[in-house]
Design a protein around this ligand. Structure first.
Ligand SMILES: C[S@@+](CC[C@H](N)C(=O)[O-])C[C@H]1O[C@@H](n2cnc3c(N)ncnc32)[C@H](O)[C@@H]1O
Length: 241
C-alpha cells in the first residue's frame, strides 16, 4: 500500500523507474559503470534510468535540441525537489514519508540532494551529479573531459545523424564517444537497422566504431544477436584510441 501511495503522490519517479530493455543484458554483466555520458539524451529520462540501473555517481546527457534539454533539466529539478520534500516530511516525524525515503527514493537521487536535506538523512548517502548540456555531439563539448567516463551511450541517435547528415558527421560523433571514455571502458549504442520504418537505407555503423579505434567486444553478439529493428553496438576503448 505504501509503495502505491508513493507512486500516486510522486508520480514523476515512475519515469526513472523505467527499465532500459535494450540494455538489460549489459546491466546484467555488472560492468562497474560509475560515470555515464548519454549522447543524444533527448528528455533525459534514460540518462536517469541508467544512473539508477548502475547506481552511478555521475552522468551527463548531451542533446542539441534546446527545448528537450530544458525539459530534461526541469524534470531533474522536480525529482530533486520531490526528494527534498520527502526527507523534510520524514524529518518532521511523518512515518509514511520516512518509509518512502528509505525504500522508494533511489540512492542516486538522495545523493543529488545531499546538501539540501536534513542532517539526519545524510549518513551513508554518497554525493552524485547529473548535468544536461545543449550541444552537438559531433563536436568536442565544452567541459566534457577526455578519457573520463565508464560508458558513452547512445540510443537511436547515430542513425539519425547518418541518415540526415551522412558519414563524416556520424564518424565525428562516434569519435567523440571514443574520446570521452577511459581506457578499457565501454562505448555502447542501440540503433535502428534502417533509416525509416519502411526499411529503406540499411544502417550498419560498425565501420565508424572501428575507425574511431574502438575494439568490438567479442561476446557482444553471443546470445544477443542483432535482431528485429534495433542493433546493439558494443565496443571498448583500447590504448591510443
Ligand atoms: C530518437 S531521439 C532519442 C533520444 C534518447 N536517446 C532516447 O532514447 O530517449 C534522438 C535524439 O538525438 C538528438 N540528436 C540528433 N543529432 C544530434 C547531434 N548532432 N547532437 C546532439 N543531439 C543530436 C535529437 O535532438 C534527439 O533528441
Amino acid at each position: 500500500m505504501s509503495a502505491a501511495g508513493f507512486d500516486a503522490k510522486y508520480r514523476l519517479f515512475r519515469h526513472i523507474d523505467i527499465r532500459t530493455p535494450d540494455l538489460d543484458w549489459f546491466v546484467a554483466l555488472n560492468p562497474q559503470v560509475s560515470r555515464i555520458a548519454d549522447f543524444g539524451c533527448g528528455t533525459g529520462t534514460e540518462t536517469l534510468a541508467l544512473m539508477q540501473a548502475f547506481d552511478a555517481a555521475e552522468a551527463i546527457g548531451i542533446d542539441m535540441d534546446a527545448p528537450l534539454i530544458a525539459q530534461a533539466t526541469d524534470f531533474l529539478g522536480h525529482i530533486k525537489n520531490a526528494a527534498k520534500i520527502v526527507s523534510i516530511r520524514a524529518g518532521y516525524g511523518n512515518a509514511e514519508h520516512r518509509e518512502w525515503w528509505e525504500t522508494r527514493i533511489p540512492e542516486f537521487v538522495k545523493g543529488l540532494v545531499l546538501d539540501q536535506i536534513p542532517a539526519g538523512f545524510r549518513e551513508g548517502v554518497r554525493e552524485r551529479s547529473v548535468r544536461f548540456i545543449e550541444a552537438d555531439i559531433s563536436r568536442p563539448v565544452d567541459g566534457v573531459p577526455s578519457d573520463y567516463f565508464d560508458l558513452a551511450y547512445c540510443n537511436k541517435v547515430l542513425y539519425h545523424i547518418l541518415c540526415d547528415d551522412g558519414d563524416s558527421k556520424v564518424q565525428s560523433a562516434v569519435s567523440q564517444m571514443a574520446r570521452v571514455v577511459a581506457e578499457a571502458r565501454w562505448v555502447v549504442a542501440v540503433e535502428p537497422v534502417s533509416c525509416g520504418p519502411e526499411g529503406g537505407h540499411t544502417v550498419d555503423l560498425t565501420q565508424f566504431f572501428l575507425r574511431a579505434g574502438l575494439r568490438e567486444w567479442p561476446a557482444a553478439y553471443r546470445g544477443i544477436e542483432p535482431q528485429g529493428v534495433l542493433r546493439r553496438y558494443v565496443y571498448r576503448k583500447v590504448s591510443g584510441a
